[in-house]
Ligand binder design. Structure first.
Ligand code: GAL
Length: 317
């Protein structure tokens, strides 16, 4: 079901944000991170439905009031990976040590057979990004992706490969090369009657030295009970998978896309960002943005009808 827009300045899970020009914010499959004193977000512009409509970029001081920066990466007919009719999903950006920004993308054909990872780079978070190339990381198929930057500066790529599982790959220092698989996880047998596979739409955070890996089962645009596992290192060993939200709610009818760390003066808050896909109206598919309580090896999504976060203090109200 399509949704109306949330009042500007508040977060209403299941309602689209409105940008500074009154348009529905296109943060589908979003990646969000703090850069300076603002939160930058990159998402799929679904104005062309399921095929590439550009990577939209927005920024916000409070994860609720979004200013559009237009397309960070536009449809480009003479670049085969970015041409009309292609699939370009789940843009995720990391800052590189040389001060540039590296965008990772799921690059695919309309039938999802290509299953590749793409890179683009820019001098500013909002771009414009220059497209570099795509590949199958270390020869593996790669569809949904996430990224994680550790405190020591090591970058990781999280990538769904249904032939082997969900991989955590270590990236090179400049983030432009996939160096090695550090761990691969599978969904438990109860979740894969059709054969072993890992979870998709991956995201990772680190809290008090413990790594939390989030993912969704492989049900396309339909939502499911998303899971998380924990480990003392990106290399594992990973715990059993647990439900992020009350089981049976299909993660409050959403699919995880990213988890944002908000380091406040009073507390560090964690914000879950998910998609409530409407396969008949992807453009108006709303985000589900909710507080995530993370402590002592547990991560619990908390339902709020409407809420705000003070990104200076980290306090949620
Ligand atoms: C989902 C995936 C989405 C999109 C969709 C297409 O499994 O998480 O990003 O690719 O499939 O059916």
């Amino acid at each position: 079901m399509s949704s109306s827009l949330a009042p500007r300045g508040s977060i209403v899970p299941g309602r689209l944000f409105e940008d500074d020009a009154g348009r529905p914010v296109q943060l589908h499959g979003a990646g969000i991170r703090r850069i300076g004193d603002r939160y930058y977000a990159w998402g799929e512009d679904k104005s062309h439905g399921g095929t590439f409509g550009g990577v939209a970029c927005y920024s916000s001081p409070d994860l609720a009031t979004w200013t559009s920066h237009g397309h960070a990466l536009a449809v480009t007919p003479d670049v085969p990976d970015l041409a009309p009719g292609r699939v370009v999903e789940r843009p995720k950006v990391l800052p590189a040590p040389d001060g540039t920004y590296v965008m990772f993308l799921h690059i695919d054909s309309a039938d999802y057979a290509d299953a590749r990872l793409g890179w683009a780079v820019a001098d500013r978070p909002e771009g414009p990004y220059t497209y570099l190339r795509s590949e199958r990381p270390l020869g593996n198929i790669s569809r949904d992706i996430g990224v994680f930057l550790d405190d020591d500066g090591t970058g990781y790529l999280l990538s769904e490969d249904r032939e082997h599982g969900l991989h955590v790959y270590r990236l090179s220092v400049d983030l432009l090369t996939v160096e090695e698989v550090v761990s691969t996880t599978l969904a438990p047998p109860s979740d894969h009657p059709a054969g072993p596979h890992g979870y998709e739409s991956p995201a990772m955070i680190k809290v008090d030295g413990l790594y939390y890996l989030f993912g969704s089962d492989l049900t396309g645009w339909s939502t499911n009970d998303n899971k998380y596992a924990t480990a003392p290192s990106p290399a594992g060993p990973w715990s059993a998978w647990n439900d992020v939200a009350p089981p049976g709610t299909a993660t409050f009818d959403s699919q995880v896309s990213d988890v944002v760390t908000v380091p406040g003066t009073e507390q560090t808050a964690y914000v879950y960002v998910g998609d409530r896909w409407d396969r008949h109206d992807l453009f108006r598919s709303p985000p589900v943005v909710l507080p995530l309580q993370v402590a002592g090896g547990r991560a619990d999504l908390v339902w709020r009808d409407s809420w705000t976060i003070d990104t200076t203090t980290g306090v949620i109200s």
